[in-house]
Design a protein around this ligand. Sequence first.
Ligand code: FAD
Length: 452
Amino acid sequence: LHTIVWLRRDLRLADQAAFHAATQAGPVIPVFVLDDETLRHRRMGGASRWWLHHSLARLDADLRALGSRLILRRGRCEEILPALVAETGASSVHALHHYEPWWRNAERAVARSVPLHLHHGNTLVPAGSVLTGSGTPFKIYTPFWRALSERMPPAPPLPVPELAAPAQWPASEPLEDWGLLPVRPDWAAGFRAEWRPGEAGALDRLETFAGRASRYAEHRNLPSMEGTSRLSPHLHFGEVSPATIWHRVADAGGSVDTFLGEIGWREYAQNVILQYPDYGSRNARDAYDAFPWREGADADADFTAWTQGRTGYPIVDAGMRQLWATGWMHNRVRMIAASFLIKHLLIDWRRGEQWFWDTLVDADYGSNAVNWQWSAGTGVDSNMFVRIMAPLTQSPKFDAGDYIRQWVPELAHLSDFEIHDPVKPVRGYPQRIVDHAAARARALAAHQALKG
Ligand code: FAD
């Protein structure tokens, strides 16, 4: 009896429990459904669509090498999957658990009409399963990660399955018809130079990183260096499982706890959205609903300057341009750029969250929302609005000179000292759109007014 494997953001063959279980039952039909129709299903952003196109193409090629293939359909999962089950006579559908609210809705809806078997494997442990002594979910990261760590190591990764093909394949839509790639202008040249979507690209990144994982703690905050793993888009699309990363990095030896702790932040974020499904659109601290965010033409102009990397603050601009060119930004610079938007420009964090959602190749509902709410101080885990990052101090502290040189070439001729904070106007580079001290005072006053 054959079964359907419903793929979402778990586009891999190794350590994929849904494939593993389905192959035990007989021939397998792997299916990916692009759902742009369901109302509350967050539509993927442009950068993610670029990644998805290439990742699906790779997965199809990998499946064909094993005598299988990937079936592509568009529409609402709760309609497409039951229709496919009826069409193919499949006995059931296997999938991995996903925790975004729209995916949980889709799982419930699909399960109403076809037998759906959900497996675990896109997180180290099932979200919702790490609990305090009194059986409630953790709100704060540190005790959460301590409790999760006690359950490590994860089970060894499952091998690539042996796949049997059904007697007849259902029809598949051509990937090219989905229009996932930019047409004009082609903004993805920098993406192609930086990334290789798909399972093989993910495993290559992991191998390269494993060789320097023990120096992660020392280098991870230096945006000029390739100190972090750059596994985030691969992890988001599930091209490599977190358990595979855990084992590979732990086996590499040395001090890797700081790195594994970052994988822990990803786990934590999945737990937060399970507990607070609208975390990406709603302040966890209600008091901030009344925050006097700036709106109107001036705020819009400032927002545009921020998105284009034209704020006059070199470290912020370098980050925003790296994001536009490559679909990725170094974590330290994400923190500085987010803090700048929220506090220096006094613009609602949700506008920043949406910009990142559209432009990041690793755009992830949980991780994006958790980090934006953390930066804004509106989240369950922090109340730090008053901690305002000073971009001109952060920049030399994290040795971002060469980073700025790469992404803001107008400033490349300045000295290591001056590049962080040009003293004189530089041709072609904008003046600061806000003064740091005045912006800081404005933000603190707005926060004070909120507190009453
Ligand atoms: P590494 O430092 O090598 O870390 C390894 C992995 O751990 C990452 O690939 C990622 O999966 C996870 N991780 C690391 N830091 C975090 C973190 N702070 N929160 C959650 N997971 C983390 N990360 C996303 O994956 N998607 C997002 O949409 C996203 N939005 C962000 C928005 C803001 C405002 C900020 C400050 C951070 C955001 N991050 C997001 C977290 C972090 O910046 C990226 O995960 C990291 O920069 C990815 O690079 P890397 O793979 O080299 O990370």
